[in-house]
Every structure is written in structure tokens, then in C-alpha cells.
Design a protein around this ligand. Structure first.
Ligand code: ATP
Length: 390
């Protein structure tokens, strides 16, 4: 084995959250902030199919909650129930102390004090940027001078100066998205709903816009309920993450808590722990929980439901490629052995597909080229070895 080729990039961050993510100057809400949105055991069927199986969550004034989950898990359905675009068949939704939805009652969308930004922006194509932003204010019958002032403020905030007379088709995707946000914030909603707001933008713009949005909402103290399938977008925006799976809440916690202790194998995978090795639980002589995997014995943390496993039970290790260290880094943890199958250059590092002696595959990261057939030994720190029952 070549030590050089097995060397991982020491600069590789141990988090998938990119450097553009917002450094929160301060959380936009504290647990003590007043309750704004209370979703209690909400259920929703489409025919016989149950899209939401009893979802509960609380959102505090000024808080940004991102709902994250794979396609079809019920994210948009949940958002639509809050917006008033669909009705729950069980449970209730309370906004600012007022019940806005249940199986037997429904406050119409326009009376809820919420505003929604859609994936496709939903701008009026025949109206100028100014008129699009002013739309909600005109509906409220605000006088012209006040409308001009409010739209002017929103135009400044969203950096749309000079574009006021253009029609939406004459704008770029990022500019259209900014108009949609300006239109939503100008009416000062109690709650802002964002449904995959950046999914139509290219990657560079997505990174820019998610940071801009997070900064803006925090500065204005706007409460936000945000749906995305993109973990990086959720990390860039959220005070708390709601991870959903098959119509249920998998985990509801801060991004840091979800990242370091994903509550399920699926949540771990969603948050970047893409590598998976099965094995048998064991306890080290020091009493630490470990998993005997085909790549080696790994001490780690049990993150699943219920009591810690017993020795001899079957289990699964999940880990992120970014968390692996080289032996030269003198980090304590489990020693894993792999043979390189294939390597690809990623600009600042190499990624390999590797396998254990029993053929289990994993993705690894390296700071130097790797050669197929080469054997590598790597260290997985204990805190990064996430265990679940199988
Ligand atoms: P995506 O990220 O793909 O938008 P999602 O997590 O937002 O997915 P939902 O759109 O909430 O998921 O849908 C949840 C489930 O309910 C899916 O299986 C979907 O097919 C189903 N569903 C959604 N709307 C309807 C509908 N109007 N009629 C029947 N089934 C529906």
C-alpha cells in the first residue's frame, strides 16, 4: 500500500455543508420565542394512500424551519396544508393561537396571513416587476403613496433597482426569484412558506440565493417554513430541520444535532453518510460499543431508536467519506481496510470506489491519485461512526 495514495485531504471538511452556507450571527429564534405555528398530529389521505401519517411540529416567531426529505415523503403536502391549498383529514394546524385547519374547519388561504413562494415563482407574466411586487398591497387597498414606498423598500432589499418596468420573461431566473420573494415579504406575512424555492436555478445561483435569503429573513425577523430536498439548502437556511420519511417525522432537531446523530439510517444517508457496512455489535475491553464489519472492527455511536444494542446483534455502520482520516493523522478510531476499485479526479481531490475483502463497497476521498487494485488503510473516528440496527 502506498501511504501517499491513501492520504486523505486534510483540508477536506468533515461536513457536507459548503463554505457558502450562512454563518448564523445569531439564531433567529430561541426556544423561548412565542409559538407561531403549531401543527398537531396532522394526517392527509389521497384516496387510500396516506401521504401524512400524523405529523407534529412547532415553529417559533422568527424561526426558519426547513423540511427535508426524499421525493414523495409528504413535504409539499404538509406545506399545502399550512398554506390552505389542501385540507387535513385529521389533526389540526394552529397559527398565532388561531385554528386555521382541521378535518372540520378551514380558514381560507387569503385570511391566514401567510405568503408562499413557489418553485416556479408564479409571477404574473404580463405585469411589470413593480406591479408584481405591488399586487398584494393593491389587494389590501393600500393607498398609492404607501404602495410606492413599500415596493421601493422591497426593490432595494432584493437588489432589483432598475428592473421595475421589466416583465418577468425579461428577467433571469435569479431575478425572477428575487421578485417572487419581494412580492411575498412586502405584505409582511406572519409566516413565509417556501416550496423548493431554488430548484429552478443553476448551482452557482442556488448557492448565492440560499445565502441571500437566509441573511434577509434573519435581518427582517421573518418566520419561515421552507421545503427542500437539498440538504445543503436546508443547512444554509434552517434553525431547525424537520426530516421526513414516508409521511412521518423522522427527526426534528437543529442542523448540528441531525448531522452528528441522524436518527435513522435513511436520515444518515440523506445527510451524507452514504457508506454502509453491515456487521455484528461487540463491546471493546474498555466497554465501548463497536461493530465488527468486513473492513474492520469500528468503535462508534448508536444513533437509532431504543436501547443500545447487545453484543452479537446485527447492525449497520454508516459514515461519510469526508470523515475518514489517514493513519498519519494520529486520530483514534476504527481501522478500515479497503481495495481501490476505481478512482475519479474531482478538481481538488480524488474520490474512489473501494471494496472490502467480502466485496462491500464504499466511497473514499484522497488527496493524491489512487490506483485500482491498491490497498488502503484508513481511520474512522468514533464520533463519525454512526450505528443502527438492521
Ligand atoms: P417531491 O419532493 O417530489 O415534491 P414531496 O415530499 O413534496 O415530494 P408530496 O408532493 O407531498 O411529496 O407527495 C406525497 C405523496 O402523496 C406522494 O406519494 C405523491 O404521489 C402523493 N400525492 C401528492 N399529491 C397527490 C394528489 N393530489 N393525489 C394523489 N396522490 C398525491
Amino acid at each position: 500500500m502506498s501511504a501517499v495514495n491513501a492520504t486523505l485531504d486534510k483540508n477536506t471538511k468533515s461536513s457536507p455543508i459548503d463554505s457558502q452556507s450562512v454563518k448564523k450571527e445569531q439564531p433567529s429564534a430561541t426556544p423561548a420565542a412565542p409559538l407561531l405555528l403549531d401543527i398537531k398530529n396532522v394526517q392527509k389521505h389521497y384516496g387510500k394512500f396516506q401521504a401524512l401519517k400524523g405529523v407534529s411540529l412547532d415553529l417559533r416567531e422568527g424561526e426558519i424551519i426547513s423540511v427535508l426529505g426524499p421525493s414523495g415523503c409528504g413535504k409539499s403536502t404538509l406545506l399545502q396544508l399550512v398554506a390552505g391549498l389542501a385540507k387535513p383529514d385529521g389533526g389540526e394546524i394552529v397559527l398565532s393561537g388561531q385554528r386555521i385547519a382541521s378535518a372540520s374547519s378551514m380558514v381560507p388561504p387569503e385570511k391566514r396571513g401567510v405568503n408562499m413562494v413557489f418553485q416556479d415563482y408564479a409571477l404574473w407574466p404580463h405585469m411589470s416587476v413593480f406591479d408584481n411586487i405591488a399586487y398584494g398591497l393593491k389587494q389590501k387597498k393600500m393607498n398609492r403613496g404607501a404602495i410606492r414606498d413599500k415596493v421601493g423598500e422591497a426593490v432595494d432589499l432584493l437588489r432589483l433597482n432598475g428592473l421595475e418596468d421589466r416583465l418577468p420573461p425579461q428577467l433571469s431566473g435569479g431575478q425572477q426569484q428575487r421578485v417572487a420573494i419581494a412580492r411575498a415579504i412586502v405584505t409582511e406575512p406572519r409566516l413565509m412558506l417556501l416550496d423548493e424555492p431554488l430548484s429552478n436555478l443553476d448551482m452557482r445561483l442556488r448557492i448565492e440565493m440560499r445565502t441571500e435569503m437566509a441573511v434577509l429573513f434573519r435581518r427582517l425577523g421573518i418566520s419561515v417554513f421552507h421545503v427542500t430536498h437539498d440538504p445543503e439548502e436546508a443547512f444554509a437556511m434552517a434553525d431547525r430541520l424537520l426530516i421526513m420519511r414516508e409521511g412521518e417525522v423522522d427527526q426534528f432537531a437543529t442542523p448540528e444535532q441531525c448531522f452528528s446523530r441522524p436518527a435513522s439510517r435513511e436520515a444518515a444517508s440523506l445527510l451524507g453518510a452514504i457508506n454502509r457496512l453491515e456487521g455484528e455489535f461487540a463491546y471493546t475491553p474498555g466497554g465501548e460499543l463497536a461493530l465488527r464489519t468486513p473492513a474492520g472492527l469500528v468503535p462508534g455511536i448508536y444513533c437509532g431508536a431504543g436501547e443500545a444494542p447487545q453484543a452479537g446483534e446485527r447492525g449497520e455502520l454508516r459514515f461519510r467519506p469526508e470523515e475518514l482520516k489517514t493513519q498519519s493523522e494520529s486520530v483514534e478510531g476504527g481501522t478500515l481496510h479497503f481495495r481501490i476499485v476505481h478512482g475519479t479526479f474531482e478538481g481538488t481531490r480524488w474520490r474512489s470506489l473501494a471494496e472490502t475483502t467480502s466485496g462491500d463497497r464504499a466511497y473514499l476521498l484522497h488527496s493524491a491519485p489512487v490506483i485500482p487494485g491498491e490497498e488502503v488503510t484508513l481511520i474512522l473516528p468514533r464520533h463519525a461512526a454512526l450505528f443502527y440496527r438492521v
